[in-house]
Design a protein around this ligand. Sequence first.
Ligand code: ADP
Ligand code: MG
Length: 200
Amino acid sequence: MAPPLDPLLETVAQRIIAAADELTALDSAIGDADHGLNMKRGFEAVLAEKQAILAKPLGEALKTIGMTLVMKVGGASGPLYGTLFMTLGKELPAEPTVADVARALHLAVDALKARGKADFDNKTMLDVLGPLATHLASGTASLVSIRALAAERAQATVPMKAIKGRASFLGERSIGHMDPGARSSQIMIEAVCDVLEGRS
Ligand code: ADP
Ligand code: MG
């Protein structure tokens, strides 16, 4: 049985809020130094609405999280993370299996690609989220392998040249830095794994 949404939401939000300085530092290297603050603002707003969110069925709860992120995060990442959560909300059944999550995440990644007109290897959050969807669909995923994949995929953005988003303005100079959105995605995935393992 899936764990209740409360600890998942709380832990994801708290980890993102705690990582604000790190995310902003990454964004100061290849962007405009606001990713940490953007995400912190968004997840503080989600926490402020937590009780109302938890009163809803899973799908509606995820859609509300997505809409809150669109409204509060701003920047490029707000609409993108908003699209991610809203698509998950639309596609997930009330009691999702791993296969359900794989399918919903795959559709969310497609929606995110369309929304940002981006593809894999463009040095964005897609480079973490896309491979995760594929890994979950393989049927061989474990909490250990999911954590390792997310860390490896965030790291894999370091040598990439940014093709999308603000970092692309830097061209070759975007090489050698981790993508802030890839790192925020990794932090969320790790938070979910920790809750599922009872570590949070
Ligand atoms: P902004 O770039 O508007 O300042 P943020 O700093 O909050 O917004 O978010 C930057 C992150 O958003 C990037 O690190 C990248 O992962 C992601 N991103 C930017 N543009 C795109 C895009 N077109 N498709 C997917 N992700 C993107
Ligand atoms: Mg930014």
